[in-house]
Design a protein around this ligand. Structure first.
Ligand SMILES: Cc1cc2nc3c(=O)[nH]c(=O)nc-3n(C[C@H](O)[C@H](O)[C@H](O)COP(=O)(O)OP(=O)(O)OC[C@H]3O[C@@H](n4cnc5c(N)ncnc54)[C@H](O)[C@@H]3O)c2cc1C
Length: 426
């Protein structure tokens, strides 16, 4: 690709999600000339606070901050934003009707499966050093005596969170993450919602929205980024688009990325993730209801509002095969099945008559996400650091590249963006 574009910027950041905004913020703050180029007409990527739905602001994408020792908490504190702690796990209710785990008999098969699944999970770092042979999380659980029924429960409480099937999660990759995990078990929500943190990160940045990047040329001494609005030049480029976007070939590279990088991109899987929101004319649950699960299609439910701001609203978040099945069905059918399962979960037969609104967002149908967040199947744990490695003037960030943090999270994405920024100015 011949190109004569002058170098206009020190750094072009591709993507205005958490990773891109964090990278651009850091570079801008040390005086670099940075441009952020984003395909969508909005910032945030897989963080998307919806304020126009008429009832209550909802998070169509990320909602929680997973851990007190995270870059998200650090930035929220700098931005002066209030955090509300959420205790989903101790409040988990299971079954139909759903009951607190601690209230189930110690011999209850569901309680045993959930407690054992968590225990096996907590041992992964110990059992899978970097040079161990890899296997799926399902195989690891089978080695601990998990039956198909117990595995189906582990699929809900462990794998759904990872946007994957329990059969397709690499133990080596999960163990690597546990070894570098500094976040801790506490969870939070931003009281003013995630978009306020994004707006704080984006303040004063040179943002170009609605400009899909189509190609990137690395000339050796500079980079040309080809967008739908024409080319622009920069000394370095940080690419933060989801790995599924790279795998789909939506951006051409000249020269082509190395064979190793291409193999790493191909190693990741990104499965569907869909959030379903149900509004009611009044809360149909008791005050303690925060998080409930069962092994139906609509597997995990929670109250997305802070109790102080109680809203008659429930979120059901499903991923992987469950989301793939539901995504193919029309809204009316999905709403009907969801309410039927919720009725069983709450132990009442009148939920449908109280439902006043329904909304879902299917990330698999979103061209610039192409699913929820990426995971690595067994045998592919090598791919994460390879995806993250710089090539020439190209630097790679985004949740999937967070080999030294927690992939699949906002703080992992932020950490990766800050790591890529440091690669350039250190
Ligand atoms: C439904 C759902 C729920 C989640 N819940 C949580 C949660 O509670 N807590 C948590 O920590 N994490 C959660 N996550 C994960 C979290 O949202 C992501 O890990 C994080 O937001 C990813 O940030 P990123 O910057 O890596 O990618 P993205 O946010 O996807 O940003 C990449 C950007 O690149 C843009 N882009 C793509 N292609 C192009 C192109 N050709 N040209 C220009 N721009 C392009 C995209 O539009 C996007 O804005 C959730 C994710 C989903 C989908």
């Amino acid at each position: 690709m011949a190109d004569t574009t002058e170098t206009e910027y020190d750094v072009a950041v591709i993507g205005a999600g958490a990773a891109g905004l964090a990278a651009a913020r850091m570079l801008h703050d040390v005086g670099a000339q940075v441009i952020v180029i984003e395909a969508r007409p909005r910032i945030g990527g897989r963080i998307w606070t919806e304020r126009s739905c008429g009832w209550y602001p909802i998070e169509l994408g990320a909602e929680l901050i997973h851990g007190a020792q995270t870059s998200t908490v650090d930035l929220a504190e700098k931005a002066g934003l209030t955090l509300d702690e959420v205790d989903r796990y101790n409040g988990l209710r299971w079954g139909r009707p759903a009951r607190l785990i601690s209230e189930l008999s110690p011999d209850d098969p569901a309680r045993r499966a959930i407690e054992q699944a968590r225990a096996v999970w907590n041992l992964l770092a110990q059992r899978y050093p970097d040079d161990a042979a890899d296997c799926s999380l399902a195989d690891e659980l089978r080695q601990h005596g998990f039956t198909p029924m117990a595995l189906s429960i582990a699929d809900v409480v462990l794998a759904q969170t990872c946007c994957a099937e329990v059969e397709l999660l690499s133990c080596l990759d999960l163990a690597r993450e546990q070894r570098v995990d500094r976040a801790g078990p506490r969870e939070f929500r931003l009281r003013a919602r995630y978009d306020t943190l994004l707006a704080w990160l984006a303040r004063g940045l040179d943002l170009h929205l609605g400009r899909p990047v189509q190609a990137i040329t690395d000339h050796g001494d500079r980079v040309t980024v080809h967008t739908t609005a024409g080319p622009l030049g920069a000394r370095h480029c940080i690419i933060t688009v989801p790995v599924a976007v790279l795998a789909a070939g939506m951006i051409r590279f000249d020269p082509p990325l190395s064979a190793g990088k291409q193999a790493a991109i191909a190693a990741f899987r990104t499965r569907p993730a869909t959030k379903h929101f149900f509004w009611f004319d009044a809360p149909l649950w008791d005050e303690g209801f925060a998080y409930a699960a069962h092994n139906g299609l609509f597997a995990r439910w929670w109250t997305p509002a802070h109790p102080d701001l109680a809203a008659p609203l429930l979120c059901c978040y499903v991923t992987a095969e469950r989301a793939a099945v539901l995504d193919r069905l029309p809204d009316a059918t999905v709403r009907e099945i969801g309410l039927a399962e919720l009725g069983q979960l709450l132990g009442r037969d009148d939920v449908a008559t109280h439902c006043v609104g329904f909304r879902r967002y299917r990330w698999a149908a979103d061209a610039y996400a192409r699913g929820g967040y990426a995971h690595l199947p067994p045998g592919m744990a090598w791919a994460r650091p390879v995806l993250a490695a710089a090539e020439g003037n190209l630097h790679f960030a985004g949740e999937a590249t967070a080999y030294d943090s927690n992939p699949q999270t906002v703080h992992g994405a932020i950490d990766s963006g800050q790591r890529a920024a440091r690669e350039i100015f250190n």
